[in-house]
Ligand binder design. Structure first.
Ligand code: ADP
Length: 385
């Protein structure tokens, strides 16, 4: 099946065309500056995309479109075939993801307007974490906040965890449904997930993708009273939002949000960069220890995404803090580059440490093909009734 994978942001539309029969990537690109003169809206972005497609399709046509949707709230625990009611539901979840969900809905509507007959599937970043037990998703706040605003832990990067967890299990020869692990998805946004029996039982991102680890420009965990203090000092909601999401994290500590820049600077003796790496790896190591306990003893520790797959220095800093768990890195194996799943711990490490590349677009393409094959051909009126 030829699947067009779309990740629509408020000002950009990233796309890939994939053949799920053989995993082939036929095209990949981005249309940005949506909202400016040349590309006034998502419809215009889609017109531009449809001009680019014939060259790469070689006479074939798109069978289905899969959308990355950030927030599925409490409703969506798996990918769904999109209809009007589903788009409205994605829009209704906008208060929980004000930048992302409206853009996804616009992308879906633009595709529907352009190609009304093509089936569309929404794949949610939160869905994989719908298995979190209440002890993990509850905040110790009055229940009225949960009822009125849906304030609870949702978790993100679910598409990535849902792809990496079974891949890591298969690499180790373990049945994916029996796999207990701690997985660290470390990109510009970063989180950790506790996997038990192949399912997510805890994760570091919460109500929004801000909680947890130190990220490129996001603070991760802070004492919430800091925000109250700053409000009293005259900060308002927008300045706090900018502060925590765009001016904090590695950028605030080390004057760069990009891991490559920081690693180089630290190697050259830059103290701020060294501090940034220490704060981030220390926080991550604490989460790994906590989630090792949460899953009742992980069978593996897994690194994935841009930093997790590539920054051996950061993996080393992190795993060297895990001595109390008996986890030891093989420094040479850790330094080797590669695009395949690989083992980077010593033979006598208490549990194996793996690098397993993630591929969210491939995961979305596969989920889209499966959902369409299962649900699209259903006779009218039969599905969902
Ligand atoms: P996202 O998808 O969240 O935007 P990515 O998963 O692409 O992010 O990860 C981006 C991060 O990965 C950046 O901090 C970048 O510096 C880091 N990264 C990418 N390649 C390398 C590399 N070769 N060495 C070290 N860090 C890398």
């Amino acid at each position: 099946m030829l699947v067009l994978v779309i990740n629509s942001g408020s000002s950009s539309l990233k796309y890939q065309v994939r053949d799920t029969a053989n995993g082939e990537l036929l095209a990949k690109g981005i249309i940005d500056r949506i909202g400016e003169d040349a590309v006034p809206d998502h419809g215009a972005a889609l017109e531009e995309l449809s001009r680019r497609l014939p060259d790469v399709l070689g006479g074939r046509s798109i069978d289905a479109v899969g959308h990355r949707v950030v927030h599925g709230g409490e409703r969506f625990s798996e990918p769904v075939l999109v209809n009007n009611e589903i788009v409205r539901s994605i829009e209704r979840l906008s208060p929980l993801a004000p930048l992302h969900n409206p853009a996804s809905a616009r992308g879906i509507r633009a595709v529907h307007d352009k190609w009304p007959k093509i089936p569309q599937v929404a794949v949610f970043d939160t869905a994989f974490h719908r298995t979190l037990p209440e002890q993990a998703w509850r905040y110790a706040l009055p229940n009225s906040l949960y009822r009125r605003y849906g304030i609870r832990r949702y978790g993100f990067h679910g598409t990535s965890y849902g792809y990496v967890a079974p891949a890591a299990a298969r690499f180790l020869g373990i049945e994916p449904g029996e796999f207990d692990a701690v997985i660290a998805h470390l990109g510009n946004g970063a989180s950790v997930a506790a996997i038990q029996g192949g399912r997510s039982i805890d994760t570091s991102m919460g109500f929004t993708p801000l909680e947890g680890l130190v990220m490129g420009t996001r603070s991760g965990d802070v004492d919430p009273s800091i925000l109250v203090f700053l409000l009293r000092e005259g900060y308002d909601a927008d300045t706090l939002d900018d502060l925590l999401n765009r001016e904090s994290g590695l950028l605030a500590l080390g004057a760069a949000s990009d891991m490559r820049t920081l690693v180089e600077a630290a190697a050259g003796g830059d103290e701020a960069a060294t501090l940034a790496l220490n704060v981030a790896s220390y926080r991550l190591a604490k989460y790994i220890g906590a989630y090792h306990v949460a899953v009742g003893g992980a069978q593996a520790l897994v690194f994935t995404a841009g930093i997790g797959e590539n920054a051996w220095e950061f993996r080393e800093l992190t795993v060297n803090r895990l001595g109390a768990l008996g986890i030891t890195l093989d420094p040479e194996a850790n330094r080797k580059r590669g695009s395949e799943a690989r083992l980077i711990s010593t033979a006598d490490s208490a549990i194996p440490v793996l690098v397993v590349p993630t591929d969210e677009e491939e995961a979305i393409a596969e989920a889209t093909a499966e959902t369409v094959a299962r649900d699209f051909a259903a006779p009218a009126g039969a599905a969902g009734s």
